[in-house]
Each structure stands twice: as C-alpha cells, then as structure tokens.
Ligand binder design. Structure first.
Ligand code: BDP
Length: 717
C-alpha cells in the first residue's frame, strides 16, 4: 500500500510540470518571476494593497490578485483596510481624490471602461495607483498591471492612461445548442446547455477572466445559423446563469435571433417585420429577456443569407428587419448587430459585389442602435482578400468588423497562423472615401451619431479542448483579437511579444525573438501555400479542408472553386475591372485606379481583380506561371523554416508543449506541400508549362489528390 502511495507520489511529481503546461491557463499562467529584483519589487508593492469596495467586480479583482500574486512572487498579497500605509491603491477616482487632496493624480479618461495607472507620492510616501470611473475600468486596469508583472516590467515609475477605441468588443460563438461548433476545430462548445443553469462549470469563470484580461466585453453565445429555441423561457434561464457569471467581468451576453422565431416559438402565422403582432411578439420577448438579464446586450442576426429566414421572405428589406428588432431592445439600451454577409440565390451577379449592392443603398436608414456587421473580405474570410468595399461607403451607418478567429479557411486548428497581421492589413487599408485618408480602422471607430456605439466581432476559435483553441498558438489569436479590439492602432508585433512573454515560461530569453519570428512568418506563409497572388476560395467543398481547385459539383456556381479562379488554357483569375464584373467600381476612385491596372495592382491581389494569360510578365520580369509556382514553393519553405525555428527553442519550452507544436508543424508542412502540389498540378493542366527551377516535384499525381475524401472533417454544417 505504502509502495503504491510512493509510486503515485513520484508519478504526480513527474506529471505535474506537464500538467502546468497543458495550455488551460492561456496567457494567465502567472509563472514565477525569476528576476529577484523584480520579484522583490512586486512583493513589496502587494504587501500593502488597498482595494476597497464590495461589488462583484471588485471581488473579482481581489480574487484575481489573490490567484496571481502568490504564483508570481511566492507571497500572497496583504489587503489593507485603509489607504494610509498602502503601497498599492486600486479604487475609483472619486474616492481617490478624497484621500489626499494635495497629491498629484493622473485622472482616468472619461470613457466608462478607461483607467489610469501611475506612481505618485501620497501623504509623503510613494504609491502605485490604479484608478477609473467605474469598477469595469478598475478591472481592466488591474489586468493591465498584471500584464506588466507577467512580462517582467518594472512597476516603479508608471504613467499609463488607457481607454478602448471601440465600444462593443465581442466574440461570436458559432455554437449550436447540441454543442456542435460550426467551423469549430477545438472540441465541443464550452456551453453545456444540458447542465445549465444548475451547474456552473469553472470554465465559464475562466473564460470570463481570459476575456476581461484582454478587454473583450461581450459574447454572442449562439450560432448565426440560429435556433429559435434559445429564446424560449427554458433557455433564457440558462442564458441568465451565464450572464450572472460574466457580469462581474464586464461581459455582456448577446444571442442570435432567428428571424422566424415568432412563427416557431410564438405560433404566429408570419414573421413579417411590418406586422404589428410580430412587432409585439419581439417586444414581449425582449421584455422577458431583460427581466431575467437586465444588462442583456442585444441580438446578432443572419438574415436572408445561405437559407436563413429574413425580412425578404415577406418582401421587406434588411432595414425593416433590423429596425423592428432595434425598436424591441431600445428601451433597455440593447443593440442589434445585423450581418451584411448576404448573397442572393437568384441574381447571377459576381458574389463579392452582392453585400455592397444590397446594403449600400440603405445608408442612413438604420436605427441608431443598429450596427451593420461586415465580414472581413467581400467574399468570406479567405487567407487574403481586399478590404470590404462597404467600409467607407456607408458614412451614415455604424459598421462593425467581423473577423474570423477560427481558422475555417486557414488550416483549421493544425496550422500555426498568427492572424493579427492579416487583420492589421485590413484595419490599416485606406478606403480613400470622403476624399481624404480614411483607413478601415477609422471607419470603425468613428461614431456616426451621438447615440451610436462602435464595435468589432471575432468568430471564436474556442472549444472544450483542454487548451481551449486546439493549437497552442491559436490562443494568440484570441488574445490578440481582444488587444486589437481595444486599440485597432496597436502593433501586431508588439501584441505577439506580449503574448509570448506571458504565455511561455521560457528558460532563456533568446527564444522569445525566435518564437516571434515564427509567428510573424506564418501569415504570408499560409497565403502563399494556399492562395498566392490573389487566388481565392479553392478549398474543398463543404468542409473547406485542403485544396480542391477542380471542384465544380455544387449546385450554385459561386460555391465552387472553378467559379473563383476561372483557369483555362488562356489564363487564370477573375476579371473584376470594368471589362469584367466591375466590382472594382465599388471602391473609391483612388483605390479603384490602383487596382484596376495589373501593373499597379498589389501583386498579392492580382488574380482577385484580373484575369491574365499564363505568360503575363510580372514586375520581377518572370511570367505569371513561374511566379505562381515559386510563391507556392516559398510558402512551403516558410513552414519548413518555422519548423526549424521551433527546434531551436526546444530547451527553452516545456517538453509537452514542444512536442505538441513540433507535431503540428509537421502536419502543417505536409499540408502546405499538399496544397502546393494539388493546386500546381491542376493549374498545370491548363498552363501546360513545367515547374520552374526551385519548385519541387509533386509526390503524387493529380488524380490521387482528386480522389482524397474527408467525410469526417471537423466543423462542417
Ligand atoms: C461561411 C461558413 C458558414 C457560415 C457562414 C456565415 O462556411 O459555416 O455559416 O460563413 O458566416 O464562411 O454565415
């Protein structure tokens, strides 16, 4: 018996370090600070901490510090009951002002979520102060402070003033009530609807902590392909249980509203938005939800898109539909996020033009509590797309951005792709609308009216996997989404550095820049081994796994890859200039002028806008065919470099994590090679040209690639 116990003990001791690196703690592992000077500085500061108040949010702040500080410093924080003798003060500004009227204070910004962190002398002694106008501001300030501690920064002389640049910073969960996550690659939905409301999984709390730590202040719990059931009385009580968990962390819940819910739940004959009974049904439903959840955020709606019901079923418009819901939630300060991801079943129009065509004419007609949620890219979250032409084209409508964090089109959860680089490309893109520089990020942050709220959404990459996101590096995309949502001006590289510093307990600091290089490399790598030079949407049908540029068997032409690349013996690409679909005319004249000419068009968007012969001469003097081949090869080579870089950090990272990422990078390399070979062999049937020097031979035949089937690829449907 004793021997078993001893063996168990040894086993636990061996198992523990590995458990610590399983990724569950995300970027909040609070690793022990190994710099003794800093550890002492932190310990001293937290030896006398004054965090007054009894609200649930202040409780959450104290709880977080009680968790973090002992792990970071080895010493628990000591809570003072008075400000005198306290080295750290975390309290609201109105209370702070009363403590020492002569002290030099850094007031927080007026924004309700803003805060300031500064060092000053109070009553003759040096103090570290976190202050804000609200408890949420204090929470964000506390997490900022913890970020500094986790990154090994000195906190002796601080002067930080922060406020978010966007109001609504939400995750969109494409989670079904049966726990299947549409386009989810990290397990099941974390919402266990069956055991709610009685059972509160610790995960819900940890999810809230993680979001609050990066400033995410909302969560849409359910799939855009919505189920009306979530609006039933039974489910509202489950949603309320989650809302109660999230509230202390400044997070509001939102639900997707199925447009036909009045018929399905309310047994009405119609869901016509102009029908008074329908309007009343939604008003009653809103009242019912707000009775249970007074700070309910509002609705997200996918209507008349990919088979979802909507106002057009009744010959009404998106404006009629959105405004009806907006009126229902307005008394409670709720909002409606109405998606612009629509394309018509009937019109044989270039698919990427359709959202603009349908929405732009409605500029100025939406209620002020409606945000039109525009996907990144006029098509659909591809590895690279030009910015959506609606940005800048609806100056009287509040538009919000929808980024996709789950990697539906970027290698699922097996490819390491650091998405903020892709996102920054778009946020910084200049729309040139209004005859002035007007980057997409400015369109998002500019309020179109005094009562408007601004926003941004990220389609979550979170599931029940132990490490939440499947790929350990996919956590960086969740982290960075929050940071960019807070401040779209932020630098993607700096965010990656922050994430690395907090997440990994690196045994040597020389490894951090190597990991950073891998992450920075990953964005161009994926665009090149999947869809270089502006190619798009050439993945497998339905599940979207792997390459299938030959696919042409789906009923709608614009669901098939052949529709997008249009390769034949005369060339490749989609002509979107005036002589083609003229999608280019949806952009401002400056932007259109640049992209209209293949000589001035960004090469990485070339085949998005142009159809060109295989021997078209590109800027480097090489033909289009040769460039295409070399780009694919370059993408593959970059993944190989990432693999080599990861090997260099083996000694610095946890062994289990090392092995996990090493294996995933092997898969990524194999899949990059698969993409390159399958696409080039297929395009070669039209170009009839050999691979140029430097491009590896394909290991399989085109027929072999075409035969590959993946009936159980995850995330589908
Ligand atoms: C597509 C996805 C599909 C989503 C749709 C959407 O394949 O699963 O429902 O977008 O965003 O990219 O509505």
């Amino acid at each position: 018996m004793k021997r078993i116990a001893a063996a168990l003990l040894i086993f636990c001791c061996i198992a523990l370090p590995a458990f610590a690196a399983n990724g569950y703690e995300l970027w909040l592992p609070y690793h022990k600070v190994n710099n003794t000077v800093l550890a002492q500085q932190y310990t001293n500061t937290f030896k006398a901490a004054f965090v007054p108040g009894s609200s649930a949010t202040v409780e959450a702040i104290r709880k977080e510090l009680s968790l973090a500080i002992p792990k970071l410093t080895g010493n628990a924080p000591v809570w003072n009951s008075a400000s005198s003798n306290s080295r750290l003060l975390i309290l609201r500004f109105d209370a702070l002002k009363k403590i020492d009227v002569r002290a030099k204070l850094q007031p927080p910004p007026s924004h309700k979520e803003g805060y300031s962190i500064f060092t000053t002398s109070m009553n003759g002694a040096s103090r570290l102060i976190v202050t804000a106008n609200t408890d949420e501001g204090l929470l964000y300030g506390t997490f900022h402070l913890l970020r500094l501690l986790q990154s090994g920064k000195s906190i002796q002389a601080l002067n930080i003033v922060e406020a978010p640049k966007l109001d609504v910073r939400v995750l969109n969960h494409w989670d079904n009530l049966d726990r299947h996550v549409e386009r989810g690659y990290a397990g099941q939905s974390i919402w266990n609807w069956h055991t709610l409301p009685g059972y509160i999984d610790q995960r819900y709390i940890d999810y809230a902590r993680a979001n609050a730590s990066v400033g995410i202040n909302g969560t849409v719990l359910t799939n855009v392909n919505a189920n009306a059931l979530v609006l039933s009385e039974e489910y509202i009580s489950k949603v309320k249980a989650l809302a109660d968990v999230f509230r202390p962390y400044g997070i509001k819940v939102y639900l997707t509203a199925r447009f036909s819910a009045p018929i399905e739940l309310g047994k009405l004959k119609t869901a016509d938005p102009l029908d008074p009974e329908v309007q009343q049904w939604w008003k009653n439903k809103a009242a019912e939800i707000y009775r249970a959840i007074p700070d309910f955020g509002g609705f997200l709606v996918k209507a008349n898109s990919e088979g979802q019901p909507g106002p057009q079923n009744y010959n009404r418009t998106h404006v009629d539909g959105a405004n009806m819901l907006a009126d229902a939630v307005k008394p409670y300060k709720g909002i409606v996020m109405w998606r612009a991801f629509v394309y018509s079943n009937e019109v044989p129009e270039d698919r990427i033009k359709q959202a603009y065509n349908e929405f732009q004419p409605f500029d100025g007609q939406f209620r002020s509590n409606v945000l039109v949620q525009v996907k990144n890219g006029p098509l659909d979250f591809q590895p690279r797309e030009p910015f959506h032409p609606l940005f800048g084209a609806m100056p009287k409508t509040q538009l919000m951005m929808e980024f996709q964090l789950t990697q539906e089109y970027l290698g699922f959860a097996t490819h390491l792709v650091y998405l903020p680089l892709l996102q920054k490309e778009v946020l910084e893109a200049n729309t040139f609308t209004g005859n002035k520089p007007n980057p997409v990020k400015q369109v998002l942050t500019t309020k179109v009216s005094d009562s408007a709220v601004s926003g941004i959404a990220g389609v979550a990459n979170i599931g029940s996997d132990l490490n939440w996101c499947g790929h350990p590096f996919a956590q960086a995309n969740w982290y960075a989404f929050g940071r960019l949502a807070w401040n779209p001006d932020a630098d993607a590289k700096v965010i990656a550095q922050e994430w690395i510093a907090q997440t990994f307990a690196l045994k040597n600091q020389a490894s951090a820049p190597i990991i950073l290089r891998m992450m920075l490399r990953s964005r161009e790598a994926v665009a090149n081994y999947m869809t270089p030079l502006g190619l798009t949407h050439i993945m497998g049908n339905g599940h979207h796994y792997g390459p299938a540029p030959w696919s042409d068997n789906l009923p709608r032409p614009d669901w098939n890859p052949v529709y997008y690349h249009r390769a034949d013996s005369t060339g490749i690409g989609f002509n979107r200039t005036a002589s083609g679909s003229n999608a280019i005319a949806q952009y401002s004249p400056q932007v259109a002028a640049q992209w209209n000419d293949p000589k001035t068009c960004d090469e990485n968007l070339l085949l998005w806008f142009h159809r060109l012969p295989w021997d078209f001469k590109m800027k480097n003097g090489n033909t289009l065919w040769n460039n295409l081949c070399l780009k694919y090869q370059w993408g593959v080579n970059e993944v190989r470099t990432m693999r080599e870089e990861w090997k260099q950090v083996e000694q610095a990272v946890d062994p289990m994590l090392f092995k996990q990422v090493a294996q995933l990078l092997n898969v990524q390399e194999q899949e990059a090679v698969w993409w390159k070979n399958a696409c080039l062999l297929y395009f070669q049937t039209f170009s009839k040209k050999p691979f140029p020097q430097g491009v590896e031979k394909a290991g399989k035949t085109l027929e072999e690639y075409k035969k590959m089937r993946f009936p159980y690829a995850p995330g589908n449907g």
